[in-house]
Design a protein around this ligand. Sequence first.
Ligand code: ACO
Length: 327
Amino acid sequence: MGMSTRGLGRAEGAVLVTNEEISRDLDTTPEWIKTRTGILSRRFAAEKETTSTMGAAAAARALAHAAVRDVDLTICCTMTPDYQSMPSTAALIQGELGLSGGAMDLNVACSGWVYGLVVANGLLQSRAVKRVLLVGADKTSCLTDPRDRSTRVLFGDGAGAAVLEYVEAPGEFVASDLGNDPSLSHLLFVPAGGSACPIGPEELANRSNYLQMAGREVFRAAVRVVVETCKAVLAKAGLSVSDVDFFIPHQANVRIVSYAAEKLGFPPEKVITNVDRYGNTSAASIPIALTEAWEDGRVKAGDRLLFCGFGAGMSWGSVLMEWSLEK
Ligand code: ACO
């Protein structure tokens, strides 16, 4: 009696932007970006692409793979909704795909996908819904300041999606751990654009409508919380690192991933990374990495997968799953 994945899909922004290209407009170098982050290129959305169009493209692939058209609930994990307050991006995806059922957004920044899995699993287990379309989508390029080298080079745009279903059999979901430390909320922060500070001429002039980040502090906190939450979820499941087939963390910086994986004791071949090609796609990063690894045959039915997200809030979370979806 539990949750089972029926289909997966991904869709990245249409425009490939290499380190060489992004370095032309910023006081940075391709080498700095590569050595400090592991990123070689990222995908930015094309002019007409939005969070919902990328989300709908990924969702359409997941639904086609699952060969289903009916879902009871569409959840879109995003921190970059198409519209500032309403309608929800999930509602736009639902409309684009002609789906029925409920629709809602979930904003936990880069931890969104992991929180989304926990929410979907809870709703399925409670039998409130039978099938959930879970989408992680972000157009981060509209949140980073094109003039700010410290954030612009790190992020990318894309979406990933999964069709999740209630089954009368042991499900895939094994255990989860969620957390948030509001004392660190200032580390990743968009000062203007919400109800606390609507955007006016002053905000546009001082560029406070863009993401501000204390990179070094985020880095340190991220390694710490990733290690702690992964240990916590493994302890809840009564399992150890050697019982996990693949560690699929949020793709923010290859150095964060490697430090955390090393501290946990994961050998490199068990760690899925694709930040070199996509940068940090926020809520989309884990489902894109998962979908790629499943498409190329690395992730197989029967594998035990450890997902771990972290981001603004400062939020974090991890989910352990026993994968059952055949390619
Ligand atoms: N090119 C050249 N120099 C740069 C660049 C750049 N693109 N960006 C920053 N620098 C400079 C800094 O200004 C600093 O200069 P200073 O020493 O004169 O002050 C210098 O490089 C070194 O800065 P550090 O912060 O020490 O560099 P670090 O090795 O920590 O790398 C980085 C910076 C890549 C931002 C790293 O700290 C990082 O990845 N942090 C985590 C960011 C992250 O994961 N954010 C997303 C979280 S998820 C979410 O919810 C959004």
